[in-house]
Design a protein around this ligand. Structure first.
Ligand SMILES: [Zn+2]
Length: 208
C-alpha cells in the first residue's frame, strides 16, 4: 500500500522498477544502463531534445507517471529533463508545459507535463508559464490513435491565451513523450502564429 505520504517518507526508489536507491538518482543501476540516449532531431518540423529513446525503463517510468497515479515521479524525471537540456545547451526565454484538455485534467487530477516543467525550469533559467497555452480540443488520448488520426486529433487544438508571454521569445515546450510529433507541431504552429521566435520541445522520451 503506497500512499503519497508513505512515498515521501520511504527511501528513494527507481522511477521504473521501484528498486531502492542509495543515492537520489532517477533509475537504479540496472535500469539506467538500459536507457538509450537519443540525438536531438526535427520531428514534424520541431526540434526535439529528449532524455532518451522511448522504451524499456524510460517507457515504464512514463507510464507510471501518466497512468499509475504517481505524480511524485515528476521530480526525478524532471531531473532527467534538466540533464537533457544541459547536454543540448538548450536556451529559452519561457517554458510552457503541453496543456491537457480540462476534462482530462479533472480525470487524472494532474498534468504530468506541468509537474515535469515545474521541476525542469529550475535549471533552464527561464520562467514557467502554465496558462499561456490552452488546449481547446483533442482530448482523445493520442496513444489510442493512428498517425493520421493523431494529427487530426490535435490540429488546431492549441490556442495561445497570452500572446504577450510568447511574442518575440524563444519558447521551450515540455512534454512526456514525442511520438509522431503531431502534438509538438500543433503547439509550435499556435506559438509561432502568436510570434514565438523559436519553439523547441523538451521531452522525457522520443520514439526513434
Ligand atoms: Zn530500476
Amino acid at each position: 500500500m503506497f500512499t503519497a505520504l508513505g512515498r515521501l517518507l520511504s527511501p528513494p526508489s527507481c522511477a521504473a522498477c521501484s528498486a531502492e536507491l542509495r543515492a537520489r538518482t532517477v533509475f537504479c543501476v540496472v535500469c539506467a544502463r538500459a536507457v538509450i540516449e537519443i540525438p536531438d532531431a526535427r520531428v514534424a518540423g520541431v526540434l526535439v531534445v529528449a532524455g532518451g529513446a522511448y522504451g524499456g525503463p524510460l517507457a515504464d517510468a512514463v507510464r507510471r507517471l501518466k497512468f499509475g497515479d504517481r505524480p511524485d515521479l515528476a521530480s526525478p524525471l524532471g531531473d532527467l529533463l534538466r540533464a537533457a537540456a544541459l547536454r543540448a545547451g538548450l536556451e529559452g526565454d519561457v517554458v510552457l508545459p503541453v496543456p491537457l484538455h480540462p476534462r482530462r485534467l479533472v480525470h487524472r487530477g494532474y498534468n504530468q507535463a506541468a509537474l515535469l516543467a515545474r521541476r525542469a525550469v529550475r535549471s533552464l533559467g527561464a520562467p514557467l508559464n502554465v496558462d499561456a497555452l490552452e488546449r481547446k480540443r483533442g482530448d482523445r488520448p493520442q496513444v489510442e490513435l493512428s498517425a493520421a488520426a493523431r494529427a487530426a486529433n490535435v490540429e488546431g487544438a492549441f490556442v495561445v491565451r497570452r500572446p504577450c508571454a510568447v511574442e518575440g521569445r524563444r519558447v521551450i515546450v515540455i512534454d512526456d513523450v514525442v511520438t509522431t510529433g503531431a502534438t509538438a507541431k500543433a503547439c509550435a504552429d499556435a506559438l509561432r502564429a502568436a510570434g514565438a521566435t523559436t519553439v523547441t520541445m523538451l521531452a522525457l522520451a522520443r520514439v526513434p
